[in-house]
Design a binder for this molecule. Structure first.
Ligand code: ZN
Length: 308
């Protein structure tokens, strides 16, 4: 009897173990797949987060990273100053210290240039060269060239070339419209502060709120717009890079002394996302040379220092 029982037990155990095996294998495979998926999801999220926290925009509304609801850009234009403002020429003759090596910030290598060219057209304003005491002498572009009949300003020394460019485009059947130009440092500061406060109220820490705000509003003093040497044209989204206006600019802007300031493959030098709408005045000779050399402003200023 006991032998019979043993046989039954053995058979039961064998059967049980045979039935249990497939469940065990399936559970293990499912667990491994879930772990792999989880690791992938974390990696993607981390990479996107890092990108959005590091690359900046240069204006109050040039939002192309993570926010499709761009603010009304007209609020970004400095409408308070006028063409009789005095030029702070002492800032133009800045010192020329030696460029430093590439610096890694938040995982991205950003060009660490700490000097300035003595040429006003090559003045650098970026996250490593914050300009906080500079008021250019500006001139109104004219509402016929601006969005929604607004009237933006530009450094008066740039005015003639800018208008010549817009008129030349018109002759080619392309209507260039300025959607932003000069913004004073104080205007930029108040836009930035508002955005920081907005995120503080949402429960972000001070640092977190500043990081978040800087992906939407440029940190004051780090934008070409604060210098009065930049104009944004027609579209403020990367997906419009093939629109006739932006294609025309890419081809002809250098003839009038303008370059695309934040090119697609230069984020590590400029620290700013690709902005096919943002054109910066550097003068005709420099613009042509920069395009020939395929250099952004940071690279070009260093190049000139090394070769002077
Ligand atoms: Zn811009």
């Amino acid at each position: 009897m006991s032998r019979y029982n043993n046989q039954i037990n053995r058979r039961y155990n064998q059967q049980y173990s045979v039935n249990k095996k497939p469940y065990f294998v399936v559970t293990c495979v499912a667990l491994v797949i879930m772990i792999i998926l989880l690791i992938c999801a974390i990696a993607v999220t981390r990479s996107e987060y890092k990108k959005s926290q590091t690359l900046l925009v240069d204006s109050s509304s040039e939002v192309v990273i993570d926010d499709s609801s761009a603010e009304n850009n007209s609020s970004a234009a400095g409408n308070t100053s006028n063409s009789s403002q005095s030029s702070s020429s002492k800032n133009d003759s800045a010192t020329s210290s030696k460029p430093q090596s590439i610096e890694v910030i938040d995982g991205y290598s950003v060009y660490n240039f700490v000097g300035q060219s003595s040429d006003w057209r090559l003045k650098l304003s970026n996250r490593l060269n914050v300009i906080n005491n500079y008021t250019p002498s500006t001139k109104y572009i004219g509402s016929q060239y601006c969005q929604n009949n607004d009237n933006y300003q530009i450094d008066e020394r740039v005015y003639d070339d800018l208008i010549a460019m817009i008129e030349a485009a018109k002759e080619d059947g392309v209507k260039l419209i300025s959607v932003s130009a000069y913004r004073s440092y104080s205007k930029q500061q108040s836009l930035y502060n508002n955005k920081v406060n907005y995120y503080l109220k949402q429960g972000y820490s001070q640092k977190g709120a500043e990081n978040k705000a800087s992906t939407i509003v440029a940190i004051p003093g780090t934008s070409d717009h604060n210098l009065g040497l930049a104009v944004d044209f027609n579209y403020l989204e990367q997906r419009y890079e093939n629109k006739p206006e932006l294609v025309w600019l890419k081809e002809h802007a250098e003839e009038y002394g303008f370059v695309m300031r934040y090119a697609k493959d230069k984020e590590n030098y400029t620290g700013v996302i690709y902005e096919p709408w943002h054109y910066r005045y550097v003068g005709k000779d420099h613009a042509k040379k920069m395009n020939q050399l395929n250099m952004c402003l940071e690279e070009y200023v260093e190049y000139l220092q090394k070769n002077s």
